[in-house]
Design a binder for this molecule. Structure first.
Ligand code: KIV
Ligand code: NA
Length: 276
């Protein structure tokens, strides 16, 4: 399993960090078998697996329930778990309590939190001090999508770009172990990545980040309909899965399943009761 020091070394050696989300035992297991560097139990869980409208509906219990399943599937891979909406904004004490609960119960390697407000920076510092590595998340931060006014590229004008760079430096200075950059112009993500000494992991942030992250269900085209521009799908489970189910249904209807190879048979027919 990689440590946060390994991740920093990968940045220095320009060895790209790979990260994928996972939400359950099979996706965790598959990610580990594929040799991914890091797994994120993202709160995208809410939309892609639980069918919620947005990440705003995701609860601490959801993250723990799914984080534990991922851990069972990927016991030897670095796992980060998202702290969900409003679980780290009421007070520092409550945030610490929630972080402790999620970190201990999922047995993850790290927690991820969005933003760089004074309170969030303080929390990054406190968690790191307490022994919980934090992955920061800037750019498009889905938990505040209603305040941002939609799922849009962030840091496009001079002021916003400067703020993003400043925020990135702040989260790094406060001890963050890595930084997810979501929906940020390629050129700005490159500058941010050069300006801080912790790895940047991009999603819709171009090739110059120190690593990349994608949502498992986007990579697999599984249950998702429209893919964002920054996604490259590598499989089509929607098509393959529907095809497989249709073939199964058709086999049952046509009585070609189950066939000989799927049957349990009794050797001694005398042991059978008579049918009525
Ligand atoms: O929840 C999630 O999947 C994420 C990634 C998109 C970075 O936060
Ligand atoms: Na997330």
């Amino acid at each position: 399993m990689l440590s946060i020091l390994d991740l920093k070394n990968m940045k220095e050696n320009n060895d790209k960090i790979t990260m994928v989300t996972a939400y359950d035992y099979p996706s965790g297991k598959q990610a580990e078998q594929a040799d991914i560097d890091m797994i994120l139990v993202g709160d995208s869980l809410g939309m892609v697996v639980l069918g919620y409208e947005s990440t705003v509906e995701v609860k601490i219990e959801d993250m723990i329930h799914h984080g534990k399943a991922v851990k069972r599937g990927a016991p030897n891979t670095f796992i980060a778990v998202d702290m969900p909406f409003m679980s780290y904004h009421i007070s520092l004490e409550e945030s610490m309590r929630h972080a402790k609960k999620i970190f201990q119960e999922t047995n993850a390697q790290s927690l991820k939190i969005e933003g760089a407000s004074q309170e969030t920076l303080r929390l990054i510092e406190r968690l790191t001090e307490a022994g919980i590595p934090v992955i920061a998340h800037l750019g498009l931060t889905p938990q505040t999508v209603h305040v941002l006014g939609g799922f849009k590229v962030q840091g496009k004008d001079k002021t916003a770009a400067k703020k993003l760079l400043d925020d990135a430096k702040k989260v790094a200075d406060h001890g963050a172990a890595a930084l997810v950059l979501e929906c940020v112009p390629t050129e700005l993500a490159a500058i941010v990545s050069e300006s801080i000494n912790i790895p940047t992991i991009g999603i819709g942030a171009g090739p110059d980040c120190d690593g990349q992250v994608l949502v498992y269900h986007d990579i697999m085209k599984y249950g998702v309909e429209r893919l964002p521009k920054f996604v490259k799908p590598y499989a089509d489970f929607n098509e393959k899965g529907t095809e497989a189910l249709k073939a199964y249904i058709s086999d049952v209807k046509q009585e070609s399943f189950p066939s000989d190879s799927h049957l349990f048979l009794i050797k001694n027919k005398d042991s059978l009761p008579e049918s009525d």
